[in-house]
Structures are given as structure tokens and as C-alpha cells.
Design a protein around this ligand. Structure first.
Ligand code: NAG
Ligand code: NAG
Ligand code: NAG
Ligand code: NAG
Ligand code: NAG
Ligand code: NAG
Ligand code: NAG
Ligand code: NAG
Length: 719
């Protein structure tokens, strides 16, 4: 009796001592230790647990960011293993790995409250046995290769506060999680889940569904999520309008709705919660104006709204309106059948003239080749045959060249037939105006690169027209577009008109399809030293004369002429044969003000525009001669002054001002004429500037002097 009671007393004492020991120092029970070693083996001995031996006190591991074991009463309560097999690196565990065996072992640690198995290369479907971990509060299986559906019974883990299954291969719909009343942090980002937005508990503080396949409207139930601070549903396919309550949720701080297909306008009365500091609504299909709480006045708030079709003036990184409002199209792209004969006539005329000129050119080419083969010394001149041809086929310009624009038509002969595109074709070509195809803001509208079905590369320019144009009136303008085809222009291949009825600001958008010139701009050539070396004096002359021919065509080959063409070196593009093509010239359409450049606004009369183009040609010459880029008027005036001075002081002075890359490649007389001429073009008094015919005449004269010099062997000896 006595011994019995003393034994009981001893036991009580023992257990009292045992209880007094802090839980974390407790030894793991042998069975739990064994379970951990099984986990180590099943995970195929990841680096972080390789140090574990029979003598390691697993509850007493040194702290590390990639490994943590917390024990209580001889049982593991927290297990945290982070490997280095990130899902982006694509490393999975071996074929022998069984996720089911792993979870069978893990569920035996029934006291687990927190489990993180991150970047360990786990693969296979998540075992439904997971529901045996009743005490689980935090589960993090991020960055593995777990596939299939999320098991429904995960919803029975009532004590879960954190559920992170991000960056795996989960697919299918998300089970109903409304029963997880304690859940605060849910991250299912980077999977293939969808399409329905999941049913969730209102307790949530952070919801991350980024980069999945959710394709539904934003549910109105979110209105009641008063604790919600972070909502990230970016990179899904969410549709419908953005409910404005979202911005005023009581606790909301971070809202990322980017890269979805959310459409419509945000009501101007929308208010934002004071706590909202990050808002990203970019890459959707939103229209209209941003509510004031998202404007620039909201200082403590970062708002990203690019790549919608918003009409705020300052954010120019927006798509054309048609992109967002495809469904609201009232009028399909206008077909222009009745206009066909006109185009045909022009085309046939073009072909006839073209054939005649081509025949002439071929004769000249043969003569040229014969002549060239007699002389071997000018082999250094690598100017393309095409350029030689263009110079030689018209040795003297006709006195009244205003009446012979047809010869210039021939130039466009290699182009496909002009045609009207459908909006679908434009969208397919530009991959729905994908930002990666955005090339920049031209002087009159945005430019997108595109690929037609036949594989050809094009550039699409989006022009917004002034309101309310009668279709008849528009047709006349389209007629002009079809004529913008010339050897020295980036030619128009076709167009597409889209008209909207429901939008108050924009009546129509015209997409003009241009050929794509791939070899870079004159600026690229003059700034890259390797390319600069290619452009010797003969090539530079050929490029300027090409540009001048393009200008001549714009001024006199079309009626009424097109002036004020913004001829900067960035806009002179070169093809593979270094043929100059003017891009971004003034498209004669009744454009909406605001989408017009200051250049086109400045044109008060054609006279001014004409002389302005001559001035720009002068600048072009100046830059080609000196190899220096003059950006500001002051630099330009300085360069001009230098040239004028050195011209007066004689050949040796002039040579010093010339671009060193072309020394030895020019005939002095040719250069001198060109310099003098460039200075005339830059005359401050616009009435003193030469006409485009004079420009061409002088350039041709200069090129003939140069050719005479080259053919007498000078080029070879000076190189
Ligand atoms: C992970 O760590 C191990 C051991 O240091 C190394 O051999 C392996 O290359 C690492 N893997 C990655 C993806 O870094
Ligand atoms: C959930 O947590 C509560 C409070 O911490 C606890 O009383 C309850 O036993 C836990 N439920 C399970 C299934 O472990
Ligand atoms: C889950 O693990 C990832 C990777 O270590 C970590 O970035 C993230 O913070 C973890 N989430 C939670 C809620 O513990
Ligand atoms: C999920 O992916 C698996 C293959 O990993 C496939 O068999 C299954 O049909 C997919 N389920 C859904 C709903 O897409
Ligand atoms: C989305 O996930 C895919 C893989 O499913 C990945 O390639 C892509 O980079 C992710 N995008 C973002 C924005 O995280
Ligand atoms: C902002 O958040 C804090 C908690 O972070 C909360 O106490 C406060 O009420 C919130 N403010 C508003 C205006 O919702
Ligand atoms: C929103 O999400 C996208 C894609 O997931 C990401 O690129 C962007 O940086 C996020 N925006 C903010 C403000 O965090
Ligand atoms: C911006 O934040 C600072 C502190 O972070 C605060 O003092 C200031 O009042 C805020 N300004 C506005 C306009 O909310």
C-alpha cells in the first residue's frame, strides 16, 4: 500500500518535472523521429536535411531560413523545409517519388500546425489524405509541380489560416472554401485554376489568384470582405466591368487587376479607400476617363492604368478605342466596291508606265553593266545597282516636272495590290495590338508592327478621325491613301475604317497598313560607326536624292500635294539596297485634334509646308555631309555657320568640317556644290529656299560630277 502510494508519488513528481521542461527542448518521440527520417528519404535527401544523423536533436537545429522543426510534447508541430528545386528551374523529384507515400507519412504527425514544403520538386496530385492533419493552421506547398485538382476535403481543415499552393500545376475549379472561417491568407497564384472565381470566406485578408485561368466576372460577394487588404487577380481572363465597390473596400491596400479582359468605364463618382496605395488596372479593355481618386492628385497612391483604351490625355500608352470596344462596333469595316474602277485605272496606268520605264531601265542597266565591265577600277563603289539606275534613268529632270508625276508611279510596282483590310485581319496581324508589337508614337498616331497571313511584315498606323464624317466624304480621303505608293516612300498597302456610333468623342478610326522597311533609319546609320563606314559619299548622295524624289512625289505627284512631312533622319528609312524611303509623312486625313502632331498643326498654308520640307532636306544634307546630328536649332545654326565659313576659306578648311568617314570618297566639286546648296535650303528667309525641282537638279548635277571623278579612277587611289 505504502509502496504503491510512493510509486504514484514518484510518477507524479516525474511527470511534474517533465511538464516543467519547456516544450521546445523536449526530445522527439522515437516514432516522430522515425517519421522525419522517412520524410528525408521520400524527399530524396534534399541538401538542407542532409546533415541529419541519428544523434541530431531535431528539435534543436540551428536556425536557418530553409529548415525549421518546432516540437511540442515530443511531437512535431511545425515543419518547414525549403529546397532549391524551384518550379521555374523545372527540376522535379525522380520517377520513383510518390506524393501519396509522402503525405501518408506526414499525416502521421497529427499534431502538425504548420507545414511548408517549398521548392522540393514534389510532383503528382495532392493526396486527399491531407484532411487528416486536423490541427493544420498553415500549409505552404509553393513552387512545386503538384498537379490535378485541389482536393475538396482541404475545406475540412477548419483551423487553416494560411493556404499557399502557388506556382504549381493545379488545374480545374477551386473547391468551395467558404467553410474555412479562419482563413486569412490564400495564395493560389501561378496555377491553371478556373474558370469560376472561387467561393471564399469573408475572413480573408489577402487573396492572390494571379496567373491562372479564371474567366468570370468579379463577384459582388467581395463587397462584404471587410478585412481584405490585398487582392491580386492579375493575369487571368476575368471579364465584365470592375465593380466600383472594390476600390472602396474598408481595408483594401493593394489591388492588382492587370492583364485581364475587364471592360467598360469606371464611374467618375468612384471613390477609393484611404488605405489603397497600390492599384494596377493596366492591360484591360477599360474605356472612358479615370475617376479622380486614381488621377495624379492621389499622391500616396500608385496607379498603373496603361494599355487600356482610357482617354486621359497624359497617359499615351493606351490602345486605340476599337481595341477595347470590338463588341460595340456599329458599323463593320466599310467596303469600297464601288470605288474599284478608279483604283484599277490608276493601277493599270501605273503598270503600263511602269513597264515602259522598266524596259528603259533594263536597257540602261545593260549599257551600264557593259560599261562597268570595261572598267574594273570602280569596283569599290558598292552603291546598289538600283540606285545607279534611279540616278541614270533621268539624267536631266524635265523642266516642268509638275506634269510628269506618272514616271514616279512606276516605282511602286513591286508592291501588292492596294486593298481594304477587315478589322479582324488588322487584329490578327498585330496580335490584338499586343504591347510587344507597339513600335511607338508616330506624328499622327500609334504604330504597331504586324504580320499578315502571307507572312509579310507590315506597320499599322492608327489614326483617329474627326467626328462625324459622312461615309461619302471619307471615301474621297481613302482614294488619296491608295495613291501613297512610291519607291521612295514607305508605301501604303491598304486601310481599314472602323466607325463607332456609341462613343461621343471618336467617330472613326482608320488603320493605315504600310510596308515594313527593315534595315533601319538614316539616324541608325549615322550613329552606329560600323554602319556609318558603309555610307560613303556616293551612297549618301543616293540616299538624299532618294529622299528628295520622295518629297517631289508628295508635293507634285498627288493632287492636292502633301506638305509638311517632318523629314527628320529618323524618318528616312533604308531598305536592304540602301534605298531611301520616307516614313511618317503627313497623311492627308481630317484627323482629330490631339492625335495630330505639332508639326501638322503648324501648317498654315501649303506654301509654308513646301518650304518647310526644303528646309528639312537642307538639315538632312547638313547631317549627311558632316556626319553630325543636329538636334537643336542652335547646333544646326553652328554647323551651318561652320560650313559657310569653311566654304569661303577654301578646300582644306572645308575638308576639315566634312565627316571623316567619307574622306577620300568624294570629288571636291561635288561636295562643294552640295554644301553650297544645303546652305541655300537652310535659308532663314523661306522665299530664298530653292524649289524641290531645283533641289533634284542640283543633287543630280553633283552626283554626275562625282561619277565623272569616280570613273577616272580617283576613288580607288584615295581609299
Ligand atoms: C541544389 O543544391 C545542390 C547541392 O548544393 C546542387 O548540387 C544543385 O545543383 C542545386 N540545384 C539548383 C537548382 O540550384
Ligand atoms: C482548432 O483550433 C482550436 C483553437 O486553437 C482548438 O481548440 C481546436 O481543437 C482546433 N481544431 C482541431 C481540429 O485541431
Ligand atoms: C510560402 O513559401 C514561400 C517560399 O519560401 C514564401 O515566399 C512565402 O512567404 C510562404 N508563405 C507563407 C504564408 O508562409
Ligand atoms: C487537369 O490536368 C490533368 C493532367 O495533368 C488532366 O488529365 C485533367 O483533365 C485536367 N483537369 C481539368 C479540369 O482540366
Ligand atoms: C504565368 O505562368 C506561366 C507558366 O504557367 C509563366 O510562364 C509566366 O511567366 C507567368 N506569368 C507571370 C506574370 O507571372
Ligand atoms: C486602414 O487600415 C487600418 C488598419 O490597417 C484600419 O484601422 C483603418 O480603419 C483603415 N482606414 C480606412 C479608411 O479604412
Ligand atoms: C500586378 O501584376 C502584374 C502581373 O502579375 C505585375 O507585373 C505587376 O507588377 C503588378 N502590379 C503591381 C503594382 O504590383
Ligand atoms: C501620405 O502619406 C504620409 C505618410 O505616409 C501622410 O503623412 C500624408 O498625409 C499622406 N498624404 C495624403 C495626401 O494622403
Amino acid at each position: 500500500m505504502e509502496s504503491f502510494s510512493s510509486r504514484v508519488g514518484f510518477c507524479l513528481l516525474l511527470s511534474a518535472i517533465f511538464m516543467a521542461v519547456p516544450a521546445s527542448i523536449a526530445q522527439l518521440t522515437p516514432s516522430e523521429t522515425m517519421l522525419l527520417f522517412q520524410v528525408k528519404k521520400l524527399l530524396e535527401y534534399p541538401q538542407v536535411v542532409q546533415g541529419w544523423t541519428r544523434w541530431t536533436n531535431l528539435c534543436y537545429l540551428p536556425p536557418s531560413p530553409s529548415l525549421k522543426v518546432v516540437c511540442s510534447n515530443g511531437r512535431v508541430t511545425e515543419l518547414f523545409i525549403v529546397g532549391n528545386k524551384s518550379s521555374s528551374a523545372g527540376q522535379t523529384l525522380s520517377e520513383k517519388f510518390s506524393i501519396d507515400s509522402l503525405f501518408t507519412v506526414l499525416t502521421k504527425m497529427s499534431n502538425l500546425k504548420a507545414l511548408s514544403l517549398v521548392s522540393l520538386g514534389l510532383w503528382g496530385p495532392l493526396s486527399p489524405k491531407i484532411d487528416r492533419l486536423h490541427s493544420l493552421q498553415a500549409l505552404n506547398l509553393s513552387s512545386n509541380f503538384i498537379s490535378g485538382e485541389i482536393p475538396n476535403n482541404i475545406a475540412s481543415l477548419k483551423n487553416l489560416t494560411t493556404l499557399v499552393l502557388s506556382d504549381n500545376l493545379f488545374n480545374g475549379s477551386v473547391p468551395d472554401l467558404t467553410g474555412l472561417k479562419l482563413l486569412q491568407d490564400l495564395n493560389l497564384g501561378g496555377n491553371h485554376l478556373g474558370p469560376q472565381f472561387p467561393s471564399l470566406s469573408q475572413s480573408l485578408v489577402s487573396i492572390t489568384l494571379r496567373n491562372n485561368s479564371f474567366r468570370s466576372e468579379i463577384p459582388s460577394g467581395l463587397k462584404k470582405f471587410n478585412h481584405l487588404q490585398k487582392l491580386d487577380i492579375s493575369s487571368n481572363k476575368m471579364v465584365g466591368p470592375i465593380p466600383s465597390f472594390l476600390f472602396s473596400l474598408a481595408s483594401i491596400q493593394y489591388l492588382n487587376l492587370s492583364q485581364n479582359q475587364l471592360r467598360g468605364a469606371l464611374p467618375s463618382s468612384t471613390s477609393c479607400s484611404k488605405n489603397l496605395t497600390f492599384l494596377d488596372i493596366s492591360n484591360n479593355l477599360l474605356i472612358g476617363k479615370l475617376p479622380s481618386c486614381m488621377g495624379s492628385s492621389s499622391r500616396n497612391r500608385t496607379v498603373v492604368s496603361s494599355w487600356n483604351c482610357l482617354s486621359d490625355g497624359k497617359s499615351n500608352r493606351q490602345h486605340p478605342y476599337s481595341f477595347c470596344n470590338k463588341l460595340a462596333l456599329a458599323v463593320k469595316p466599310v467596303q469600297r466596291k464601288e470605288q474599284e474602277p478608279g483604283i484599277n485605272f490608276g493601277l493599270i496606268l501605273g503598270i503600263i508606265v511602269g513597264v515602259v520605264v522598266m524596259a528603259g531601265a533594263i536597257v540602261l542597266l545593260i549599257l551600264f553593266i557593259v560599261k562597268r565591265s570595261r572598267r574594273s577600277e570602280d569596283a569599290d563603289d558598292d552603291r546598289s545597282i538600283a540606285d545607279k539606275m534611279s540616278v541614270r534613268s533621268s539624267p536631266k529632270p524635265a523642266v516642268d516636272s509638275r506634269r510628269v508625276p506618272q514616271t514616279m508611279r512606276s516605282a511602286a510596282i513591286g508592291l501588292p495590290r492596294y486593298r481594304v483590310f477587315s478589322l479582324e485581319e488588322i487584329e490578327d496581324a498585330t496580335n490584338n495590338f499586343d504591347p510587344s508589337n507597339f513600335m511607338g508614337e508616330g506624328s499622327q498616331g500609334q504604330l504597331y508592327k504586324g504580320w499578315l497571313v502571307d507572312g509579310s511584315v507590315v506597320v499599322v498606323k492608327c489614326l483617329k478621325l474627326k467626328q462625324k464624317h459622312a461615309p461619302q466624304n471619307l471615301m474621297q480621303h481613302m482614294e488619296v491613301l491608295s495613291k501613297l505608293r512610291h519607291r521612295h516612300l514607305v508605301s501604303v498597302l491598304g486601310h481599314c475604317i472602323v466607325t463607332y456610333q456609341d462613343h461621343p468623342n471618336i467617330a472613326s478610326t482608320v488603320f493605315v497598313v504600310f510596308e515594313h522597311i527593315s534595315n533601319g533609319s538614316l539616324r541608325d546609320y549615322l550613329t552606329d560607326w560600323r554602319k556609318k563606314e558603309i555610307l560613303k559619299w556616293p551612297q549618301r548622295m543616293a540616299i538624299t536624292i532618294g529622299a528628295a524624289r520622295g518629297v517631289q512625289f508628295l508635293h507634285t505627284g498627288i493632287s492636292p500635294g502633301i506638305y509638311g512631312n517632318d523629314l527628320k533622319i529618323d524618318n528616312i528609312l533604308l531598305d536592304e539596297t540602301l534605298t531611301a524611303k520616307i516614313s511618317d509623312y503627313n497623311i492627308p486625313l481630317p484627323l482629330k485634334t490631339g492625335s495630330e502632331s505639332p508639326i501638322s498643326n503648324r501648317l498654315s498654308s501649303d506654301e509654308n509646308g513646301e518650304k518647310e520640307d526644303i528646309y528639312q532636306l537642307g538639315i538632312l544634307l547638313l547631317q549627311v555631309i558632316t556626319g553630325k546630328l543636329a538636334t537643336f536649332t542652335s547646333e544646326l545654326d553652328e554647323l551651318k555657320h561652320q560650313l559657310e565659313k569653311s566654304l569661303a576659306e577654301g578646300p582644306s578648311k572645308l575638308r576639315n568640317v566634312i565627316d571623316p568617314s567619307i574622306r577620300g570618297t568624294f570629288a571636291y566639286d561635288s561636295m562643294q556644290t552640295t554644301v553650297q546648296f544645303a546652305i541655300n535650303c537652310l535659308s532663314k528667309d523661306s522665299t530664298k529656299r530653292p524649289s524641290i525641282e531645283d533641289v533634284l537638279w542640283n543633287l543630280q548635277y553633283s552626283i554626275q560630277v562625282q561619277e565623272g571623278w569616280t570613273s577616272s579612277g580617283n576613288l580607288a587611289t584615295h581609299l
